[in-house]
Structures are given as structure tokens and as C-alpha cells.
Design a protein around this ligand. Structure first.
Ligand code: GDP
Length: 316
């Protein structure tokens, strides 16, 4: 189980707009001989504070703990009804606000038919517009997590709003500055994840409804202000793939009961069903996206090299 593992800071911000890579811990983690030469898949969840990112990631962890490696009980990964949810610390109502990237200290090895054994890394990226950090700081953190991830899950509350697209465009710009001009799209897969979607009669929960909403939101129209058209073009031109998934509300216990410990019995059944669907979409061996840079597969060891390069660029 995951109990002796934790989220380790990948980057710290020791001074205004200074970024420092947690090299010692990362070397210990990424250069282990069982994983260093394997292709890597990095799944990141990013977005504003207190919107259920860590909560979601802990279900990703549950899946990885049960389904990858040598586990035998294949269908019960989601857990028992009363089991508390552990992993990345999640909590409601507290004033915690960290800007940074946490990497889960356990790396998973998943056997895939396309890429053989793949090292799967989960990261939690916090801090968009938390009022504590500067725009440059959070934009940098988001850019770095987007550059190193094979799937960036952009966690949003209730809808895809115009300012969500603007925030995205801002950190994309930072990321682009750090990428060499190769003519290739700088980032891989972006998944808009809309939490507490409340218009299922307009677009149903899940990936199909998500696709419909995304098409609507990213459409450029002649009567739109040119700036809005440019934001949309920019976003589309930066990612190889963009998807969207609509999640239902998880129920009042999850959203507002301070005693809630994450147990499934207190989570709305529709949410649970969609959670399984989402995790299958991102994490089953056939769906795992391996990290590539300029088309080349990146290994766990290469990831460290890229991180060093990116952090140096942002500090210069
Ligand atoms: P993070 O700061 O984005 O990582 O948010 P957390 O994962 O720490 O969760 C913050 C609070 O939101 C906790 O009280 C969770 O129980 C609650 N929560 C988790 N998922 C959802 C969701 O989908 N909708 C709502 N409304 N609350 C959620």
C-alpha cells in the first residue's frame, strides 16, 4: 500500500521568481536501476487550490497500486466502501496554498503491449491564482509541469470559463519560450477536467459530453474578438491532443463534511462510476501515453536531464 510514501517537492521557490530543483531527492528516485532506462509516462493534475486535485490523484494512486505490478485482485482497485482515502494530502476548507509540484515517491512499473515496461509517475501541481505567488511563479510552475508531463489534467470547477483559457495561454507562453523551435507542437496531451458539471442535459457526463463542450469553447468565430480567437488558436497549436471530461458533483459529504475521510460509501454513485471511467481512460496500459520530446521516447533518466534544463532556462 501507499502509506509510507508521500508527495516530494520537485521544485521549490527559495526567493522571488527563483526556482530550485530538488535534485538530490529526484536523483534518488529517477535514477534507480529498475526504472531509469524505462520509457516514462507522467500524469499531472494541475489547477487552482481546493478543487479536488489531490483527492482525485489519490484514486489514481489506488489504481496504480492495485493494477500495476503483481497485484492479483484486478477488479477491486477502487477500494472497499469504508476505506479512508490516503496519498497526496487532501482537505477541505483549510488555508493551505502551496505553489509547486509534488512528485509521488513511489514510481510504478506498468507492462504495456506497445512500449513494454513503462515507468508511471504521478504529480500534483498546485497554486494557480492562489493569491500567494506571483503570476510569473505559478506560470513557471505550470509550464514546467506541462513540459514534463505526457498528460496534463487541467482541473476546473464547474465549467470551462474564458479566464481558464487565458490562464492556460499564459503558462503555455512561458513553456514555449523554454522549448527549442523545432516546428513540433511543444506539449503532448491536455485533458480539461470539469468538476461539478451541472448541465448533463446539455452535455452528458464523461468524455463524449466533454468533447462536445470543448468543441464549443475552443471554436473560433469571425464575430469573436481577435484576442479571443488568438487564445484559442494558440492553445490548439501547442498540444498534440486536447480532450475534456465532465465529472458530476461528488455529493455533499465530499464537498462540505469536515469529517469526510474519503470513504466510497459517502461518494455519490454516479461520481464513482465516472471516476472509474476517467481513470481507465488515462491509466489502463493500453491508454498510457508515453512521454516524448521532439517525437523521441523519453526515459525516466532523461526526464531528470530535461528538468535540469528547463529549470535553468526559467532562472536565466
Ligand atoms: P486541491 O487543493 O485541488 O488538491 O483539493 P483537495 O483534493 O485537497 O480537495 C479539496 C476539497 O474538495 C476536499 O474537501 C474534498 O473532499 C473536496 N472535493 C474533492 N473532489 C471534489 C469534487 O469533485 N467536487 C467538490 N465540490 N468538492 C470536491
Amino acid at each position: 500500500m501507499a502509506d509510507h510514501h508521500s508527495g516530494i517537492p520537485l521544485i521549490s521557490i527559495p526567493g522571488p521568481n527563483k526556482f530550485s530543483l530538488n535534485e538530490t531527492a529526484l536523483e534518488r528516485l529517477l535514477l534507480r536501476k529498475e526504472v531509469k532506462d524505462l520509457p516514462v509516462a507522467v500524469i499531472s493534475v494541475a489547477g487552482a487550490f481546493n478543487k479536488g486535485k489531490s483527492f482525485l490523484l489519490d484514486f489514481f494512486l489506488r489504481y496504480a497500486n492495485h493494477q500495476y505490478g503483481e497485484a492479483v485482485e484486478r477488479d477491486i482497485w477502487i477500494g472497499n466502501d469504508g476505506e479512508p482515502l490516503i496519498g497526496f494530502p487532501w482537505s477541505g476548507g483549510s488555508s493551505r496554498s502551496t505553489t509547486g509540484i509534488l512528485i509521488w515517491s513511489k514510481l510504478f512499473v506498468c507492462t504495456t503491449s506497445k512500449n513494454g515496461n513503462v515507468c508511471v509517475i504521478l504529480i500534483d501541481t498546485q497554486g494557480i491564482f492562489d493569491g500567494e505567488s506571483t503570476v510569473q511563479e505559478w506560470a513557471t510552475v505550470f509550464a514546467i509541469s506541462t513540459m514534463i508531463s505526457s498528460v496534463q489534467i487541467y482541473n476546473l470547477s464547474q465549467n470551462i470559463q474564458e479566464d481558464d483559457l487565458q490562464h492556460l495561454e499564459l503558462f503555455i507562453e512561458y513553456g514555449r519560450l523554454a522549448q527549442s523551435k523545432t516546428g513540433r507542437k511543444p506539449f503532448q496531451k491536455l485533458l480539461f477536467l470539469v468538476r461539478d458539471w451541472s448541465y448533463p442535459y446539455e452535455h452528458g457526463y464523461g468524455a463524449i459530453g466533454g468533447k462536445e463542450l470543448l468543441e464549443k469553447r475552443l471554436k473560433t468565430k469571425d464575430d469573436q474578438h481577435v484576442e479571443l480567437q488568438n487564445i484559442r488558436r494558440n492553445i490548439k497549436s501547442c498540444f498534440e491532443q486536447i480532450d475534456c471530461f465532465l465529472m458530476p458533483h461528488p455529493g455533499l459529504k465530499v464537498a462540505s463534511d469536515p469529517m469526510f475521510n474519503g470513504s466510497l460509501a459517502d461518494i455519490d454513485p454516479i461520481f464513482r462510476a465516472k471516476l472509474k471511467e476517467l481513470i481507465r481512460l488515462v491509466m489502463t496500459p493500453a491508454n498510457l501515453v508515453v512521454k516524448r520530446v521532439h517525437g523521441e521516447v523519453v526515459t525516466t533518466k532523461d526526464l531528470l536531464t530535461y528538468l535540469k534544463k528547463y529549470v535553468a532556462v526559467f532562472n536565466s
